[in-house]
Design a protein around this ligand. Sequence first.
Ligand code: SF4
Length: 82
Amino acid sequence: MLQANQQQERRPVPLIDPARCNGCGLCVRVCPHNVLEMNSGTAVVVRPEACEYVGLCEAICPTKAIQRLFEIVMLDAASDGP
Ligand code: SF4
């Protein structure tokens, strides 16, 4: 079983392809949790622990440079599954 700090380290965060990033900065501005910053003209994840995986960055990126590789599905404890 993972400890709390290990789970934190394994949080899914959006993946940014620097080859596709044009440096527009839209993802940095749209993120409500300030997860991203620009670094040498490319968006980078600087606060992964703050990412709530809402996907605004992925939705706004004009070059499709950001992808969320995992879909998070919240299950009701009383349900049998998705
Ligand atoms: S929105 Fe896309 S292209 Fe613009 S800075 Fe972010 S990752 Fe790069």
